[in-house]
Every structure is written in structure tokens, then in C-alpha cells.
Design a protein around this ligand. Structure first.
Ligand SMILES: Cc1cc2nc3c(=O)[nH]c(=O)nc-3n(C[C@H](O)[C@H](O)[C@H](O)COP(=O)(O)OP(=O)(O)OC[C@H]3O[C@@H](n4cnc5c(N)ncnc54)[C@H](O)[C@@H]3O)c2cc1C
Length: 424
């Protein structure tokens, strides 16, 4: 595997420049409009598809890059452009990672292309794990999948919430309970093919930020899918459940529950749940999105501080402003380093034994929130208006301490990992 290095190779630099151009020329000019409209920016996704930026081939190339730096680099540039539109473009990838993490080669080959569609007919996909009563506490999940052996079909019932692209997706990946006795270890992931009867969109949420990204409930009423829609296949599931049952007694002794992506203390070698595998893989990439938002806001604030004159001098002449900018830049660079380390580890097949994935997401998410708040302050009254982009960036940044595991849950992962104590 590639050694950890901070230099991007020539191919990566060319890709970065290409995405930066798309972010600057296509995404930024459209950002305010789609934020106000609170709708999926289909024309922009289509433009991204036309140039090959929204395509399975492009993401596969980046995903399998041995240096691990391509995905965070792509995410940072796109989210530097705009977070709401960025999430509309990359939201499909969370579902794709759900299939990659849990599916067979055949399932990967069948379903991921259908998630993207093609340039003339773009599609999106949704990953549905969260439920009204099961957010951080994944083990409280209620959506049930029951096997109908006679027909070799699975029957799913339940309500998912907060699903990015939920209800508008061509393909939904749904995590459901197959053995309620086993808590989160009794979960499995299913692909729900396009136009499957019984799946419908519930409430669409009106949000504080990332408003161009569609977020909605997904209702499953007697949704029947063929046996081959169980990701990983029935044999693998049966083996996993048998192992989990053996370990259930041990878990009961410690009274463990599984919060979103939180391994029990000393979690290595334990049986993982389906959602956990997806979130572990995606955390550094989500951290990179936060770095992109933070960098965008920092750049606006830096330019503004150099040109805004008060008391006869640019405001950056004051240490009170310049030191803030110094701290903002330092935090952004530190966040990127944590993200790149975690991303390289994932690409190199190294497990996050020190909770490196969670560290990267926690620090980058909190950095995006604090840096965008500082940027608003540096812009004064202008920062508070929609004439300037930093208030939107600040609203967008707020989600980075909430989704893909809240900041508290990331701290729980880190605390348990570094202490070996089952911290609650
Ligand atoms: C815009 C958006 C998009 C999303 N996209 C998706 C998606 O595509 N697919 C999907 O499955 N989900 C998605 N989610 C769901 C998201 O992952 C959850 O909102 C998140 O996991 C938190 O769950 P919750 O909202 O139920 O909060 P809760 O779990 O109810 O948490 C409430 C508060 O309590 C804290 N808390 C909870 N447990 C503990 C603990 N043990 N220790 C300390 N503090 C704790 C939390 O940190 C939080 O501050 C999305 C959410 C949003 C808002």
C-alpha cells in the first residue's frame, strides 16, 4: 500500500483543478438560489453528470485510489463550492458505500450503476438507517425485515427518517432488524429496487442549512423484495447471526447498547452491525466536506478583512482580527491532516484502532462550525445578511456536528477506544 504522504500526485492535482473549476463556475453562482428554493438542484447534478463528475466511474476511481487522498480532496473542493448542492451530488455515495461495505460483487455491479443513472437520465440513491426513535441509539431500530422462505422474499415494514434523497431515490438502501433479540447485531441491509410497491416518501423536512439537499422520511409498508436484495446474501447473514448469538450472552453481562457507529469498549474482533460498517467508511469523507465549508468561509473573511476599512485602516491590521484568521487557518489545516490520515488508513486497510475516523469527523465538524461563526463576526453586519455567503455557510456547517454520528457520539467512540472503558 502507498505510504502516507501529503503531496498530491499530478493526476490528483488535475482532478482538483477540474473540480475547483466546476465548484467556482457552476456551483457557487447557483448556491443562493437553490438554498432559497430548498429543492434538489437536478440541473446542476445533470451538468455534473455530463462532464463525468457525477458518475459511478469517477467515484470508483477516487474510492480505489491507494493514497486515500483523492476522496477527501474531491469532497473538500465540492463543499468549498457549496454544501447543499455538494450533498445533492455526493449523497448517493453514502448509499453506494452501504452496498460496497456489505454487498457481494454481483450486488455491487447490479445496484451501484442504478444509483447514478447516466448523463441523460440522472438518478440518486438514499441510505436509510435513522428512525424517529433510533438516531444515535441504532440498537433501538424497529424497522423489521421478515424472511418469507416459500417465496424467497423479504418483507419490510417501518418508518425511516432523515434520509438524504429519501423517497426521490431510484435505489434505497435500508437497514432493518432481522433478529430483534440481538440489538444492533441483528440488523441487515437491503436494497429496495426502483418502483417497489409499498415504499413511499413521508414528510420532507424544511431545514436550517444544506437546504438544497433533500431530506425526508421513508415509509415502508409490506415492501417485498427478492432474496437477492439482502446485502451480503443469506448464508453470510446466517453465519453472522450465529456468531452474534454466541456473543449476545457476553454483551448482556456488560449491558451494552450500540450507539451510532460506537464499538463496545475493546470492540476489535466483535461482530459489527450493518450501519456501523457504512458510517465507519464514510466519516473521513464527511470530515473533508466540513473542511471545504470552513475553507470557503475563511477565504471570504480573509479577503473582507483586507479590504474593510474602519478607524482609517483595514480591519486585518488589528491583532483581534488577524489572530482570529490565524486560528481559523490553523484549525482548518489541522482538520485536513486528521481527515487525510484517517482516509489514508482506510485506503491502506488499517483499522481505526485509535478512533482516527471519529477524530477526523469530530474535529473537522466542530472546525466548520467555529470557523464559519468567526467568519460571520469578521464580516460584521454584512456577515449577517444573505448578500454575503458566510451566513449560509454557517447554517450549512451546523449539520456537521449532527449527522453521520453527532459530536457527542464521536467523543464516545474516541473515549471508549482510548480508555478501554465502556463510557456512557
Ligand atoms: C440533514 C440530515 C441528513 C441526514 N441524512 C441521513 C441519511 O442519509 N441517512 C440516515 O440514516 N440518517 C441521516 N440523518 C440522521 C442523523 O444521522 C441523525 O440525526 C443523528 O444520528 C442524530 O440522531 P437524532 O437526530 O435522533 O438525535 P439523538 O440521537 O436523539 O440525539 C439528541 C442529542 O443527544 C445526544 N446524545 C445521544 N446519545 C448520547 C450519549 N450516549 N451520550 C451523549 N450524548 C448523547 C446527541 O449527541 C444529540 O446532541 C440525517 C440527519 C439530518 C439532520
Amino acid at each position: 500500500m502507498a505510504e502516507f504522504a501529503l503531496d498530491l500526485n499530478d493526476d490528483q492535482k488535475a482532478v482538483r483543478e477540474w473540480i475547483h473549476g466546476f465548484a467556482a463556475d457552476v456551483m457557487r453562482p447557483a448556491a443562493a438560489e437553490w438554498d432559497e428554493r430548498e429543492e434538489t438542484p437536478w440541473p446542476i447534478i445533470q451538468e455534473a453528470a455530463k462532464i463525468g463528475l457525477y458518475s459511478l466511474d469517477f467515484y470508483a476511481q477516487q474510492y480505489f485510489d491507494p493514497t486515500g487522498l483523492s476522496i477527501p480532496m474531491v469532497m473538500e473542493e465540492l463543499f468549498w463550492g457549496d454544501a447543499g448542492i455538494g450533498l445533492s451530488i455526493v449523497g448517493t455515495a453514502l448509499a453506494a458505500v452501504g452496498v460496497l461495505a456489505n454487498g457481494t460483487e454481483e450486488q455491487i455491479g447490479t445496484w451501484i450503476p442504478q444509483m447514478y443513472g447516466d448523463a441523460n437520465d440522472v438518478k440518486v440513491a438514499a441510505f436509510c438507517s435513522s428512525e424517529p426513535d433510533a438516531g444515535s441509539d441504532v440498537s433501538a431500530m424497529r424497522t423489521r425485515a421478515v424472511y418469507d422462505e416459500a417465496k424467497d422474499e423479504w418483507v419490510l415494514n417501518g418508518t425511516k427518517t432523515w434520509a438524504t434523497n429519501g423517497g426521490i431515490a431510484n435505489v434505497h438502501v435500508v437497514v432493518a432488524v432481522v433478529d430483534p433479540e440481538l440489538g444492533s447485531r441483528g440488523h441487515a441491509s437491503f436494497v429496495i429496487p426502483p418502483n417497489t410497491p409499498g415504499l413511499s416518501q413521508g414528510q420532507k423536512f424544511k431545514k436550517h442549512g444544506i437546504r438544497a439537499s433533500h431530506t425526508a422520511e421513508v415509509v415502508l409498508e409490506d415492501v417485498r423484495v427478492p432474496g437477492h436484495c439482502l446485502l451480503g446474501g443469506k448464508d453470510k447473514l446466517d453465519e453472522r447471526l450465529a456468531r452474534a448469538r454466541e456473543r449476545a450472552k457476553e454483551a448482556k453481562k456488560g449491558g451494552e447498547r450500540s450507539e451510532m457507529g460506537v464499538p463496545p469498549a475493546g470492540g476489535r474482533g466483535r461482530v459489527k452491525n450493518a450501519a456501523m460498517a457504512t458510517f465507519e467508511a464514510s466519516r473521513p469523507a464527511v470530515g473533508a466536506q466540513a473542511v471545504g465549508i470552513a475553507r470557503a468561509a475563511y477565504e471570504v473573511a480573509l479577503d473582507y478583512a483586507k479590504t474593510r476599512v474602519q478607524f482609517g485602516r483595514p480591519i486585518i491590521d488589528n491583532q483581534g482580527i488577524a489572530f482570529q484568521l490565524a486560528d481559523m487557518r490553523t484549525r482548518i489545516d489541522a482538520a485536513r491532516l486528521l481527515v487525510w490520515r484517517a482516509s489514508w488508513m482506510a485506503a491502506a486497510g488499517r483499522p481505526f484502532e485509535g478512533a482516527e475516523g471519529s477524530m477526523s469527523k469530530l474535529f473537522a465538524g466542530e472546525t466548520a462550525k467555529s470557523v464559519t461563526a468567526q467568519a460571520m463576526q469578521i464580516l460584521g453586519g454584512n456577515g449577517f445578511t444573505r448578500e454575503y455567503p458566510v451566513e449560509r455557510m454557517h447554517r450549512d456547517a451546523a449539520i456537521y456536528s449532527i449527522f453521520e454520528g453527532t459530536s457527542e457520539i464521536q467523543r464516545l467512540v474516541i473515549a471508549r477506544t482510548v480508555s478501554g472503558v465502556h463510557v456512557r
